[in-house]
Ligand binder design. Structure first.
Ligand SMILES: C[S@@+](CC[C@H](N)C(=O)[O-])C[C@H]1O[C@@H](n2cnc3c(N)ncnc32)[C@H](O)[C@@H]1O
Length: 225
């Protein structure tokens, strides 16, 4: 499904409050424990195919790129292989250790940082391209104002951000799979800083042909105002 974004925006302007999708107890995840316990289902739902499709269909050229909440580095390595000069961070040192080892094996040079995004020092120039797979939809639940301030700092007008976000149209129970958002929530929350370029339904999975039940996602391509 691809949304008619101008129409969706007109509709949103007429709404007082966007509907809130159910995300029970998702604001207080212990990320360190999740990696320590190997309780990391997102490692199997990397959605590389969605990243590749957007890079291809929107002819996004290699540039400096920032991956937020990179986990064990699969997407960061993928971007580096496609010629991007990648900086990637995650809160959990264990995840960054695994990401660094994977990048070394892959021969990819990536500037990995193990830190909470709120503690990250300056990166130098803002990034033309941002990516996240499941970082925004988690962090927004407790730290939205900090995240918006961070996003403003690491981008410039015209920067593109591809965010893969849990989709409230997923028919499975809300406590299964990643946190979810409606298209309305997503656009309304980010609209002051980012204009939606394309909002399309996809799934969290690595390849088009991968079988199995996959969480429904939004592929949200946004342009910094
Ligand atoms: C759903 S996981 C996705 C990981 C990775 N993108 C992937 O697809 O494998 C969300 C990631 O965000 C990281 N994260 C959560 N809060 C964070 C914060 N405040 N600062 C930096 N990273 C954070 C977590 O450690 C976790 O690795």
């Amino acid at each position: 499904m691809v949304l008619d974004l101008p129409r969706a925006r007109r509709k949103l302007r007429g709404m007082k409050d966007a509907p809130q999708s159910a995300n029970p107890d998702r604001g207080s995840i212990d990320w360190h424990a999740r990696y320590a316990d190997g309780d990391t289902p997102w490692n199997h739902h990397s959605a590389i195919h969605a990243l590749d499709r957007v890079l291809r269909e929107w002819s996004i050229p290699p540039s400096r790129a920032l991956e937020m909440g990179c986990g064990t580095g699969t997407s960061a390595i993928h971007l580096a292989r496609r010629g991007f000069s990648v900086t990637a961070f995650d809160l959990v040192p264990r995840a960054i250790e695994q990401a660094t080892a994977k990048a070394t094996t892959a021969g990819a040079r990536i500037d990995f940082r193990a830190a909470d995004f709120r503690q990250l020092a300056q990166f130098g120039e803002p990034f033309p391209f941002l990516f996240d797979g499941g970082f925004y939809h988690c962090v927004r639940l407790g730290l939205l104002p900090d995240l918006l301030e961070f996003l403003k700092r690491v981008t410039h007008p015209g920067s593109l951000w591809l965010s893969l976000v849990g989709n409230a149209n997923d028919p499975r129970p809300a406590d299964q799979g990643p946190p979810r958002m409606t298209a309305g929530e997503l656009c309304q929350e980010l609209e002051p800083l980012f204009a939606p370029v394309e909002l399309r339904e996809t799934q969290f999975r690595s390849t088009e042909s991968e079988s199995g039940p996959h969480p429904l996602a939004w592929s949200a391509l946004l342009r910094r105002r």
